[in-house]
Design a protein around this ligand. Structure first.
Ligand SMILES: NC(=O)c1ccc[n+]([C@@H]2O[C@H](COP(=O)([O-])OP(=O)(O)OC[C@H]3O[C@@H](n4cnc5c(N)ncnc54)[C@H](O)[C@@H]3O)[C@@H](O)[C@H]2O)c1
Length: 438
């Protein structure tokens, strides 16, 4: 019964009649439209009474963002689980999904942004919520108190946003702090997005480099392969290594965590590292900040390798901190003219002293790309991967009626930032206390 009611409501909301040509047809269509709206509203109200969980997917409005939080395939699987899904008209445009694709997947297409946000039990987003200048309201303020938000919120950095979510009593989950445990592997958006970035960084570099990547032996002579240095061999770095190898370059990779040596070498890439007795990584497998002495020896090693490289891809990050500076101005000066640096850490300040986030600049004859939000440059597959991760997460916390908040569950505990007007995430609380906020 519940499914039938939802189905009729969705059908009424999404059915598109043919164009009217005569006066009578126009009159009939107008009547049909108002009837359709009434039916859709009625069925939406009935679904509230029946306590169907309502999920909304808005169009991303942050400048340059082309991804969408859920693609039609995921929407269809949500609908099949009894979830009522509304999608803002045009939400999938940037990633080449049309309203009709969503309607065919069972979503209701909504053109009123306040209705979309206000009618949701759960809002699924990619970017942090921002002010919607078209409707003149902040996305958080359009949400109902007690409703939930799932997005990339960067809570370790955006403390004001966390406070805003708390004061609106939003149950906020941040996908960028999902624990790196086997059970959460299918929900790991950081790995998905890093895969896209690592691949795209190499193509960006290959496109800008005034040389070939592979070695060629031609009648016009032998062309030496490009030399690529990857700094930071996490998920993005390993993907960059693999892509540069596929294009035929000679690749080296550097990381402060010695454990990555084996992973790098399994790709046929040479590992360069500075031996150290210090613990280079946290229990969670992330890099930790090392001593001044280590950093000096690291700088010397990078300087030596950078001078021989045609391309440097940098990916080094320390969670919750500004990205470490690994390439100084002097190192850039000593690179060969025409070389390329793609700084994937630009979103967090950059690994190169001369990176200008969001810009491509030439300094001392070296092109430095500070592209930000790189996954958005491949919106189709980036959205597909993000959507799959989000869908798995949603189904993990969905109990058939609504979201279950089980703080004993490692995944919930790791991602839940604010709930019932409180900050409940330890890492976020620690980061806020360290920043002097709290
Ligand atoms: N589900 C899982 O189990 C799972 C999935 C993905 C990643 N991981 C692990 O999570 C960890 C983090 O991976 P990530 O890709 O998110 O990393 P990241 O994006 O946080 O950092 C990128 C790389 O930069 C390196 N780095 C940081 N500071 C550096 C410095 N000063 N000099 C040199 N290198 C520096 C880090 O060691 C890391 O390898 C890794 O241990 C990875 O294997 C686990």
């Amino acid at each position: 019964m519940k499914n039938l009611i939802r189905y009729v409501g969705q059908l009424a909301a999404t059915f598109n009649p043919p164009q009217a040509e005569s006066k009578l047809q126009r009159y009939t269509l107008r009547s049909f439209h108002s009837f359709r709206t009434r039916i859709a509203q009625t069925f939406s109200e009935v679904s509230i009474i029946l306590k169907t969980m309502r999920v909304s997917i808005p169009k991303e409005i942050k400048m340059g963002e082309r991804r969408v939080a859920a693609i039609p395939d995921s929407v269809n699987r949500m609908v099949k689980k009894g979830i009522e899904v509304s999608v803002e008209s045009g939400a999938g445009e940037g990633a080449l999904f049309t309203d009709s694709d969503y309607a065919a997947a069972g979503a209701r297409i909504e053109s009123s942004v306040p209705t979309l946000f206000g009618g949701a039990d759960v809002v699924l987003k990619v970017q942090i919520p921002v002010l919607n200048t078209t409707v003149g309201r902040h996305e958080i303020d359009m949400m109902r108190e007690g409703s939930a938000l799932v997005a990339l919120l960067c809570p370790l950095m955006y403390h004001d946003l966390v406070r805003q979510l708390t004061s609106r009593k939003i149950t906020a989950f941040s996908m960028d702090v999902i624990p790196r445990v086997a059970a959460a592997q299918g929900m790991d958006v950081l790995s998905s997005m890093s895969t896209v970035s690592g691949y795209k960084a190499v193509l960006t570099a290959a496109n800008a480099l005034p040389k070939f990547f592979p070695m060629f032996m031609t009648a016009a002579g032998t062309i030496a392969p490009a030399r690529v240095l990857v700094l930071g061999a996490g998920v993005a770095g390993l993907q960059a290594c693999a892509t540069a190898k596929r294009l035929g370059a000679v690749v080296e990779a550097f990381d402060q965590r010695p454990v990555v040596k084996e992973q790098v070498e399994s790709l046929g890439v040479r590992f360069v590292g500075v031996p150290t007795e210090e613990a280079a990584e946290t229990a969670g497998g992330y890099a930790r900040e090392l001593s001044g002495d280590y950093r000096r020896r690291q700088a010397e090693l990078i300087h030596k390798h950078i001078m021989k490289s045609d391309v440097v891809i940098t990916t080094a990050l320390i969670p919750g901190r500004r990205a470490p500076v690994l390439i100084t101005e002097q190192m850039v000066k000593d690179m060969k003219p025409g070389s390329v640096i793609v700084d994937l850490a630009a979103d967090f300040g950059g690994n190169c002293e001369l990176t200008e986030p969001g810009k491509e600049v030439i300094r001392y004859g070296v092109l430095i790309s500070g592209l930000v939000n790189v996954p958005s440059y491949m919106p189709v597959h980036a959205s597909q991967m993000y959507s799959q991760n989000l869908e798995k997460f949603l189904f993990h916390v969905y109990d058939g009626k609504g979201l279950k908040i089980d703080m004993e569950d490692e995944i919930t505990k790791g991602t839940l930032i604010t709930h019932q007007g409180k900050i409940v995430h330890k890492m976020t609380l620690d980061a806020m206390a360290a920043a002097g906020g709290g």
